[in-house]
Ligand binder design. Structure first.
Ligand SMILES: Cc1cc2nc3c(=O)[nH]c(=O)nc-3n(C[C@H](O)[C@H](O)[C@H](O)COP(=O)(O)OP(=O)(O)OC[C@H]3O[C@@H](n4cnc5c(N)ncnc54)[C@H](O)[C@@H]3O)c2cc1C
Length: 420
């Protein structure tokens, strides 16, 4: 049965959902107030990791012990603004609990693995369809440590990864040097996850996916969704700032802004922003070959189409607070610390900073499933740290739910009702 599906938000989750829903012969309207792939979206500024092994909840083992230190250290990898703390406290408590015990971490890892497995391949196929095959590379990612001992200090996370079927190569100092000569020689050990990949320009990738959806018949409407009109338990229309759009089904894929839309249907879900930053360094070719995570510097580096990007940091401060650009400077300085090929003083005109909102559920698992009020509204948000990599499977599952087919992965870990 052909239906009219409104996709609310054209970040990477909405863009891929639109394409997958189109494949079933549905009519699609994409509602998006800004430029698809533009700077407003988390999908623009992320680190570009297609890390199918990112199964560990972000509040990784032991983070909770460090919270008092983070509260007092404004430049640590996790910052919590005091003023926002009372509002964030219930979410924060659940967030920390998701990494509290090994059992909790394994539960998340088991849930996430099917969502992430083969994601680099799925993205490579999508990029090819969209005419941007060069933006997705499947050459593995490197987790780099100063020593084997430092790697072993992370052993719980790696043991859980192994338990859910993830494999990696362990590289000693010489092997690491051969694979990645751009790294500072102080790094003497690495785990190479060969199944993972990277995106070389996430914003351009999303723009190309939306252009493909339009070429296949989707209509892009430049407005903001504000709510829904239901007729009993059936969806009649999406309400927007410019009037109603009548449709049969809607998908909420509006990133951090999904929260009020779900709330308008009676579902008060604990979606919080984990604000993140990037520094993009243009004009220096240091010969970096892989996406690299440098453990001690908390640098997620990715050599991209138009520069070297480092993205990361978690700041709990709400959606509306001003960016704290010191956090992006940390990202920039991390690159200089890790890659001796960069000058110690980077010319400011060669560095661009960005801040964005990871749309995060406290347990590190997105919400994918039906609204309680109506099966005509599908939730596809809350992808937190892994929204780029997990968007490919999410889009397929969204189409399967709308088509009344059995989803290809278990959806119980992502059931929005787990919070209600
Ligand atoms: C610093 C940082 C690094 C990251 N690194 C990685 C990484 O390496 N790998 C990875 O997999 N993930 C990473 N992520 C996470 C990833 O970027 C996000 O999870 C993902 O982009 C979320 O995609 P989305 O489509 O849900 O939301 P978004 O990309 O935020 O898109 C939402 C869209 O909805 C639109 N919208 C908002 N409100 C409305 C409305 N009312 N009506 C209509 N449209 C609306 C917005 O304009 C926007 O275009 C990172 C995130 C950050 C911040």
């Amino acid at each position: 049965m052909t239906r009219h599906v409104a996709i609310i938000g054209a970040g990477v989750v909405g863009a891929i959902s639109a394409l997958e829903v189109l494949r079933d012969g549905n009519r699609v309207t994409i509602i998006e107030p800004a430029e698809p792939g533009g700077e407003q979206a988390a999908s623009y500024g992320n680190a570009g990791w297609l890390s199918s092994h990112s199964v560990i909840p972000p509040a990784e083992p032991g983070v909770w012990k460090k919270v008092p230190k983070y509260l007092s250290d404004p430049l640590g990898p996790l910052a919590i603004r005091w003023r926002y703390l009372p509002k964030a406290a219930p979410w924060l408590f659940r967030y920390l609990r998701s990494g509290w015990t090994r059992a909790a971490i394994e539960k998340t890892a088991r849930g996430l693995r099917p969502l992430l497995e083969n994601a680099p391949l799925l993205h490579a196929k999508l990029a090819e369809e969209a005419g941007v095959a060069h933006l997705v590379e499947r050459a593995g990612v490197l987790h780099v440590y100063p020593s084997r001992e430092a790697f072993e200090a992370d052993s719980l996370a790696w043991a859980v990864r192994r338990k859910v079927g993830i494999e990696w190569l362990e590289l000693d100092s010489d092997e690491l040097r051969q694979r990645e000569p751009a790294l500072h020689p102080r790094y003497r050990f690495a785990a190479m996850v060969e199944e993972a990949g990277r995106c070389l320009d996430p914003g351009a990738y999303v723009a190309a996916l939306v252009a493909l959806a339009e070429a296949r018949g989707a209509t892009l409407v430049r407005t903001r969704a504000t709510g829904f009109r239901l007729d009993g338990d059936r969806l009649a229309a999406v309400l927007t700032e410019d009037g109603e759009i009548a449709c049969d089904v809607a998908v909420i894929s509006s990133g951090i802004r999904s929260k009020p839309l779900a709330a308008s249907l009676g579902d008060k879900l604990p979606l919080e922003t984990e604000r993140g930053y990037h520094a993009m360094v243009e004009g220096f070719d240091i010969g970096l070959r892989h996406a690299v995570m440098v453990s001690d510097a908390k640098v997620f580096a990715n050599p991209m189409a138009n520069g070297l990007r480092s993205a990361g940091q978690v700041e709990i401060a709400g959606v509306d607070a001003e960016p704290d650009w010191k956090r992006a400077e940390i990202m920039r300085d991390g690159l200089v610390h890790v890659f001796p090929g960069l000058p110690e003083k980077l010319p400011p005109e060669k560095v661009k900073f960005w801040m964005g909102h990871r749309p995060s559920m406290p347990d590190g698992r997105p919400c994918i499933g039906f609204a309680r009020a109506t099966k005509d509204v599908v939730y596809a948000f809350g992808h937190g740290h892994i929204g780029l990599v997990s968007s490919a499977r999410t889009g397929r599952v969204v189409a399967q739910l709308i088509g009344g087919r059995n989803p290809e992965i278990p959806l119980e870990p992502f059931d929005p009702k787990r919070f209600l």
